[in-house]
Design a protein around this ligand. Structure first.
Ligand code: PCA
Length: 206
């Protein structure tokens, strides 16, 4: 069995749920040859990395996939690049709102995900799910966690493959201000869960 660690985030910005954790917690414990452990990360610059690193040390995974919600996006966004920068448009769950602050001083400007991004894109597309390969995970807590993950994986003797997926919200209340009233949600929660499963299965197969 291959162990996979999959994380989602706490709600943030006044929302009552976060699509990423709602989807992650619905994953089955077993998926083909994968043994799946899930965790919820705080939407906090100061606290998220410690929780992620603790889970990586505890689970010793071969694959780590962190998932976050981006309610302005309408497709699964497989993220290619994490940048060493924190700049927030809104406060995180601790009230922190950094501007132009490096995540790890003196560390590389950016890391690429080590998941098979092109194969994942093709697999999601082949399953009929909306997918975009993204080169911009933002500079909020999702990018912070993604960068921390890749920095940790680069420095870890026990190599694991790692990356990040942004998912849209499936709840009308979180996006109706940006979409026309009465329009359908971009994805259902079931399809978001299915998409995460395909990301994991595609990675495990390579
Ligand atoms: N989305 C935010 C942080 C937590 C989440 O689910 C982001 O895109 O940075």
């Amino acid at each position: 069995m291959l162990r996979a660690l999959v994380t989602g985030f706490e709600p943030f910005g006044g929302a009552s749920l976060n699509a990423s954790y709602e989807a992650v917690r619905r994953l089955p414990p077993r998926l083909g040859a994968l043994d799946i452990t899930t965790a919820q990360l705080p939407t906090s610059y100061a606290r998220s990395a410690a929780v992620l690193e603790r889970e990586i040390a505890r689970v010793e995974p071969a694959i780590v996939l962190c998932v976050g919600e981006a309610k302005e996006r309408t497709a699964l966004n497989i993220e290619r690049v994490a940048v060493n920068m924190q700049t927030a448009r809104i406060a995180d769950n601790d009230g922190a709102q950094p501007h132009n602050v490096q995540i790890v001083g003196g560390a590389p400007s950016a890391y690429f995900a080590t998941l098979p991004v092109t194969a994942i894109h093709e697999a999601l597309n082949g399953a009929g799910l909306p997918v975009v390969t993204s080169n911009n995970a933002g500079t909020f807590v999702c990018n912070h966690v993604f960068y921390t993950l890749m920095h940790c994986s680069a420095g870890n003797a026990e190599k694991f493959r790692a990356g990040f997926l942004h998912v849209p919200s499936w709840r009308k209340d979180s996006y109706e201000h940006e979409y026309e009233a009465g329009s359908a949600a971009p994805m259902t929660l079931d399809d978001i869960v299915r998409g995460i499963g395909i990301v994991l299965a595609t990675t495990a197969a390579r």
